[in-house]
Design a protein around this ligand. Structure first.
Ligand SMILES: Cc1ncc(COP(=O)(O)O)c(C=O)c1O
Length: 386
């Protein structure tokens, strides 16, 4: 069966128009696809509370849109907390997470009255007075994703082992904190609903230790073509073991499809491989290099299909945005290429390596282009230097 979801969230004309007007490399997003992704999550998970894992894309324009739609925020740094506050989220709409929280994060989260996600037994004594908490469980499961994206394996750094839960519960009570529920997040870009089912079952067994809870937060991590309804059914069952409300924390699923990275061809060359040289690379989109991620592409020129590697401008052999990619032959300098599914962990992971200004970000809101972030300049990059 073919994928019912359109792979490119913007038309070729829209992409051409954006590239001509704002230059490349450019992140361009579709508001309609962002809204559609949220609707798909709501259709699958019913009235589960949605917390956007803003690490996927923390742009204020996106945050404002999601907040207006009733979505809360999962934050893992002081900067992310500040973003949540900036778009008007109150403490009840913020989760403070992370394996090594700073004093400032505890202070600000405490002042806001946010809910903390406890990631290790030793963290309990660091919590602000009378905190409301979830305890993140490490279910000790290997899942079907890149090792760097697996967070619920026994060897990963995240969460409390099930055998450590009793001591955490005792410490929380002694400290006057309120246990709201348990939390887990087993990794990112996971396609197999069975992986989620196994993890949820393992956590559901812990109801014998905790008794009834207010919340079970099952995190995010859904691959873009994962069976959301299947995952939701298993999550709902696990939450029922605690008599708990279900919370979810999607990042990638909400924003990945909405965004494309637009880049222009700079030339071609052949060594032992065929390369299509682009004006975007690892500094704009790190996922291929970091996780071996394969982004679908849409080339906006015509030709017979050939196979080529997509190489960025950095002086790094690993600076490839794709390998053995099928492209139309005959690309010339200036031709436009879109890397799809780039709305998550794209712009936010872009870097200033090689004093490359980070790209602009623009949103097609259905009527017009809105600038979400202006293109950086070299002056912006060295502004804090002396
Ligand atoms: C605790 C937690 N929740 C949610 C997410 C979102 O994951 P994804 O973007 O794969 O949905 C992450 C991502 O790392 C995470 O660490």
């Amino acid at each position: 069966m073919s994928d019912p979801l359109s792979p490119a969230p913007l038309t070729d004309n829209q992409m051409r128009q954006a590239a001509d007007r704002f230059g490349t490399p450019l992140y361009a997003y579709s508001a309609a696809e962002l809204d559609a992704a949220l609707s798909r999550v709501r259709a699958a998970f019913g009235d589960a509370r949605i917390w956007y894992a803003m690490k996927a894309n923390p742009n204020l324009t996106l945050l404002r849109r999601l907040h207006a739609a009733g979505v809360g925020f999962e934050c893992v740094s002081l900067g992310e907390l500040a973003r949540a506050v900036k778009v008007g989220a109150g403490g009840r709409e913020i989760l403070v997470n992370g394996p090594a929280k700073s004093d400032e994060e505890y202070r600000l989260g405490g002042e806001l009255g946010a809910t903390f996600i406890v990631d290790r037994p030793g963290e309990v004594e660091l919590l602000p007075h009378a905190s409301r908490v979830l305890v993140r469980i490490n279910p000790g499961l290997n899942v079907s994703t890149h090792d760097h994206l697996a967070t619920g394996a026994a060897h990963s750094k995240f969460g409390v082992r099930p055998d450590q839960l009793p001591e955490v519960l005792v410490a929380l009570q002694a400290g006057g904190h309120t246990l709201r529920g348990l939390h887990l997040h087993i990794g990112s870009a996971i396609r197999d609903a069975g992986d989620f089912g196994a993890a949820f079952e393992r956590v559901a067994e812990l109801h014998t230790l905790t008794g009834p809870l207010e919340v079970l937060d099952v995190g995010g991590g859904w691959g873009l073509d994962a069976d959301l309804h299947g995952i939701a059914a298993r999550a709902t069952e696990a939450a029922a073991s605690f008599g708990a409300a279900l919370w979810v924390e999607p990042g990638r699923y909400l924003v990945a499809r909405a965004g494309v990275l637009l880049t222009r061809v700079m030339g071609n060359k052949q060594t032992g491989r065929d390369f299509t040289l682009l004006d975007a690379g690892m500094t704009e989109l790190l996922r291929p290099m970091l996780y071996g991620a394969a982004h679908p592409v849409r080339a906006l020129w015509k030709g017979e299909p050939i196979t080529s590697d997509l190489a960025g401008p950095a002086c790094e052999s690993g600076d490839l945005l794709g390998q053995d990619v099928t492209l139309p032959a005959g690309a010339v300098r200036g031709d436009l290429l879109a890397l799809l599914e780039a709305g998550a962990y794209g712009a936010t992971m872009s870097s200033n390596y090689l004093t490359r200004p980070r790209p602009a970000e623009v949103l097609w809101d259905g009527q017009q282009w809105v600038t979400m972030r202006g293109r950086e300049t070299a002056e912006d990059i060295w502004a804090a230097e002396v």
